[in-house]
Structures are given as structure tokens and as C-alpha cells.
Design a protein around this ligand. Structure first.
Ligand code: FES
Length: 143
């Protein structure tokens, strides 16, 4: 059994998996960066992405100046994996050109957090998908 799934340390009476999060995951979960929302007219791109498997949801706004993401904000409704990876995604994306931002992968997000339990890996997809969709939304608005 994987250490992240080990139930030996579980609280008495609890039989579910015990998830071991890195300090970086806990930091971004308890103190998420770039949390907020932007009003209409304030942003260049917006997306709302949901994970139908667990019901988690992320909203993401971007402001782009001179081809770079100058501001980014998010709101997520979800698990610690969703909140921490959403937060790290915004940190990685801020200041990047659109081409660079589109190359950020869920592995980049997970690695920047020092790893995440295997059954939480899918949570990192939320931020990456939302960023891609917000960039697409921005490009669709400008044609
Ligand atoms: S369990 Fe749904 S995003 Fe983490």
C-alpha cells in the first residue's frame, strides 16, 4: 500500500485513506495566492471549469498586457488538492507570455508543490484547463 494511502495513522474510528500533503500544498491550501474575482470590464479572459467526477469547480480571470498575463485571479470550490493546485497555477502563470502560459502542464503544477497524493493528481487539471479556457475566451473576444 502506498504511504499516501496508508490507514495505520488514521484517527480511531476512521477507515478512509490518510493523505499526506507536502508543506507547499498545505501552505497554498491555507494561504492561497491570487484569490479573488474580477468584474466585467476588468478582465480580458474568464473561464469556469468543473470536474464532473467530484463536483469541484474553478473560476479564473486573466488580464493580459503586452502579451503577458499581468493579473490573474481565481476562486475554487473544492478539495485541498483543488485549492492548492489552483493557487500554484496562478503563481506559475503570472507574468508569463500566453505561449508560455499554454505550456504549463499539470505536472508542472504538481512538481512546483513538491508532489501531491496520487489520487489527488486529477485536481491539478482544474487550474490548467481553466487557464487554457480563459486564454481561449480572451482570444474569442478579440476577433
Ligand atoms: S477531489 Fe475534485 S478536484 Fe480534488
Amino acid at each position: 500500500m502506498d504511504a499516501a494511502q496508508d490507514t495505520d495513522d488514521a484517527a480511531p474510528g476512521y477507515s478512509g485513506p490518510v493523505l499526506y500533503y507536502t508543506d507547499a500544498v498545505i501552505d497554498h491550501f491555507t494561504n492561497p495566492r491570487n484569490v479573488g474575482e474580477m468584474a466585467a470590464g476588468e478582465y480580458d479572459g474568464y473561464a469556469c471549469i468543473g470536474d464532473p467526477g467530484c463536483g469541484d469547480e474553478m473560476k479564473l480571470w486573466i488580464v493580459v498586457r503586452d502579451g503577458r498575463i499581468s493579473r490573474i485571479a481565481f476562486k475554487s470550490y473544492g478539495c485541498p488538492g483543488a485549492i492548492s493546485t489552483s493557487s500554484m497555477l496562478t503563481v506559475l502563470a503570472e507574468g508569463k507570455s500566453l505561449a508560455e502560459a499554454l505550456r504549463i502542464s499539470d505536472d508542472d503544477v504538481v512538481n512546483a508543490l513538491g508532489g501531491i497524493p496520487e489520487n489527488k493528481q486529477h485536481c491539478s487539471l482544474l487550474g490548467v484547463q481553466a487557464l487554457h479556457a480563459a486564454i481561449e475566451n480572451m482570444q474569442a473576444r478579440s476577433v
